[in-house]
Design a protein around this ligand. Structure first.
Ligand SMILES: [Cu+2]
Length: 333
């Protein structure tokens, strides 16, 4: 409709329509209120203008009037609140079987690595119609992953993972911006998301992979000696990591936590922060030893050992069947 005068960025994800609908509603409510108030200002200014011989009479309040102007706005605000909450939780909750991409932001570029192993810089190739979950962290300052056409924007912080997801609906190339001022060349920290037809995407995927991310993770796991303590038979000094991801974990201090990406990350960088019940805090920290990329690979590997992630078992190639993995885990616990 507004091809020559675009008021909105393109809508290229399943979220875009929802976000825009809410935004248009907000604009309409604000517009109507502005109109109503301006009309009243002009009307009352004319009607109650000063005239000779007429004296203004103060009034002492009116219950019906006050109820009206309290209840109607409250209703409108509650509509905005619940509608906003629904959209917010949709944006916040990645679907379980989404394809995963690990994102490392640094001054001043985006480094992306697909769970299948493809690496990219400032470019993200995705298929149309598939859920894509991004697991993001920063090597330095705070950045923000922003794709206007998908209506997603998520801060990317050093020292932890944040997550965003989308499902692209239209093939094409879309802007990727950093939306958080992150230093002198912040404005140059831009890239693109290339949405492809599934067949095209398969062709793209088949080139230039070094193997699944979880497989590189398995290598790092062996190289750093993780495997000596974390053995699949549970005979090492550390717990068996089979089936860990997504589980509720009992800690030594009585707390329980969910083993998500951030938990695995923290277990590697700061093992003392959350010590598993029944174990001694003997695991050394790997802070400063593993790079963000190696960390992502380790996280992907530990996830691939889990039965709760069907999507990843495939990517791992060499993992044991889900049922076996969780049985092993429950033996150790
Ligand atoms: Cu940035």
């Amino acid at each position: 409709m507004f091809d020559n005068f675009p008021l909105w960025p393109q809508r290229a994800s399943t979220m875009a329509g929802n976000v825009d609908a809410l935004y248009i509603f907000l604009l309409m409510v604000s517009g109507l209120m502005t109109l109503l108030i301006s009309v009243c200002v002009v009307f009352f200014a004319a009607k109650f203008r000063h005239r000779p011989g007429v004296q203004a009479e103060p009034i002492e309040g009116s219950t019906p009037l006050e109820l009206t102007w309290s209840i109607i706005p409250m209703g409108v605000f509650l509509v905005i609140f619940s509608w906003g909450a629904v959209v917010f939780f949709q944006e916040r909750t990645p679907p379980r079987d989404a394809t995963e991409v690990y994102v490392v932001a640094k001054q001043w570029m985006w480094k992306l690595e697909h769970a299948e192993g493809q690496r990219e810089i400032n470019e993200l190739h995705v298929p149309v119609g598939r859920d894509v979950k991004m697991i993001m962290t920063s090597q330095d300052a705070i950045h923000s992953f922003y794709v206007p056409a998908f209506r997603i924007k998520q801060d990317v912080l050093p020292g932890r993972y944040t997550v965003a997801w989308f499902r692209a609906t239209k093939p094409g190339t879309y802007h990727l911006f950093c939306a958080e001022y992150c230093g002198t060349q912040h404005s140059g920290m831009i890239g693109s998301v290339v949405v492809m037809e599934p067949a095209q995407y398969e062709v793209w995927m088949s080139g230039g992979s070094t193997g699944p991310l979880s497989a590189s993770g398995e290598k790092v796991f062996a190289e750093l000696g993780c495997a000596t303590c974390h053995r699949p038979d549970g005979q090492g000094r550390g717990p068996n990591l089979q089936g860990l991801f997504g589980k509720t974990v009992q800690l030594e201090d009585g707390r329980t936590v969910t083993a998500d990406e951030n938990y695995i990350r923290e277990s590697i960088l700061d093992p003392g922060a959350k010590v598993l019940k029944g174990f001694k805090p003997v695991m050394p920290t790997f802070q400063g030893i593993v790079s963000e990329e190696q960390l992502n690979a380790l996280v992907a590997y530990v996830k691939s050992l889990s039965s709760t992630r069907p999507g990843n078992a495939m990517a791992a190639g060499s993992t044991s069947p889900p049922a076996k993995a969780s049985a092993q885990r429950s033996q150790v616990q």
